[in-house]
Ligand binder design. Structure first.
Ligand SMILES: *Cc1c(COP(=O)(O)O)cnc(C)c1O
Length: 324
């Protein structure tokens, strides 16, 4: 099955009432610093604190009545699980969220608060993914991948529709890249509407599975390492159908950023833009800062993908960075 601009437009209608239309905030301090016009697409302001709500809503709202009745199961680093939990609760459905031992406590608590069943099933994402799929199969629950699902990808694509509706002059988007669902959906929408628009992916240096796979031309396995960008860690299962081939086709440039530059960007966002960003989202600011010379375009949208960071951790980072 192919995903089209029409699917993404249909998703935008479908998810209204669950996911919000988020602001596209002109970032004047970042604009001054970089000499470009920079906007922040505030996906961190979704009710669950991340864009993943769009994909989760679009996928779940397309289930058959029987599938809805049975419920859904997913495996997630946190934000997708939280989004599935939120949508399931809103629709009165059963949801089981499987996570690995790497997922931070703040995200687990967030999901439990939503009243879903959380199962810790593996020491890392790859192990948890295999076990979660097996459980879904044996328990008759629909498995919803965080990034390799046509409904999820079309839902994430709605971010790009909003950005271009708001500011048609945007010519570059910097998009945090992990499993590639966000990049695939946004890229499809953006390139259909504006073929010259440049798509920049950004990942952390610690185990960037999609970045390395795009470079290699095939899926590569990476060792999962802890990172401030915990939402971007984890591998890409070998049965990938959608997100890898799409990313391979549409990503124009892909960059890596260091842990230090992510910490710097989180502190910068808080101090100068007055926004809370988790590490995965702050990679977009770090990318603009560290790779400015290699980034094309005068009108740049940074996708601020999420804000799920523990506040004491953010305060520690702020203090370390600014000596405050
Ligand atoms: C999931 C996520 C990403 C990456 O999205 P993919 O579709 O996996 O590429 C980026 N930032 C945050 C905060 C996320 O939760």
């Amino acid at each position: 099955m192919e995903i089209t601009l029409e699917d993404i437009k249909a998703a935008a209608e479908r998810i209204k009432g669950i996911a919000c239309r988020t602001p596209l905030k002109p970032a004047y301090t970042l604009s001054e610093k970089s000499g470009r016009n920079v906007w922040l697409k505030m996906e961190s302001m979704q009710p669950t604190g991340a864009f993943k709500l769009r994909g989760a809503a679009n996928a779940i709202l397309q289930l058959s009545p029987a599938q809805r009745q049975a419920g859904v199961l997913t495996m997630s680093t946190g934000n997708h699980g939280k989004a599935i939990a939120y949508v399931a609760k809103k629709l009165g459905m059963r949801a089981v969220i499987c996570i690995s031992e790497q997922v931070p406590e703040v995200k687990i608590q967030g999901m439990k608060k939503l009243g879903v069943e959380v199962r810790v099933v593996g020491k890392d994402q790859d192990e948890a993914d295999i076990q979660a799929r097996a459980m879904a199969q044996s328990e008759g629950l629909r498995f919803i991948s965080a990034f390799d699902d046509a409904g999820v990808i079309a839902g994430q694509g709605t971010v790009a529709l909003e950005v271009l509706e708001e500011e048609p002059k945007i010519d570059t988007m910097i998009i945090p890249l992990s499993g590639g669902g966000l990049m695939a959906g946004m890229g499809l929408a953006a390139k259909s509407l504006k073929p010259d628009l440049q798509l920049i992916g950004v990942s952390m240096e610690q185990g960037p599975a999609m970045h390395l796979s795009i470079q290699a031309g095939h899926l590569v396995e990476v060792e999962e390492k802890p990172s401030l960008a915990d939402a971007l860690t984890g591998g890409i299962p070998p049965d990938n159908q959608y997100s890898f081939p799409l990313c391979q086709k549409i990503v124009d440039r892909s960059f890596l950023v260091s842990e230090e530059s992510i910490a710097e960007a989180m502190a910068y966002a808080l101090r100068w833009e007055r926004i809370v960003l988790e590490g995965g989202a702050a990679t977009a600011i770090a990318c603009l800062d560290k790779h400015l010379d290699e980034i094309p375009g005068q009108n740049i949208a940074l996708i601020c993908t999420g804000d799920n960071v523990a506040i004491p951790k953010l305060i520690d980072i702020y203090r370390q960075q600014l000596g405050a």
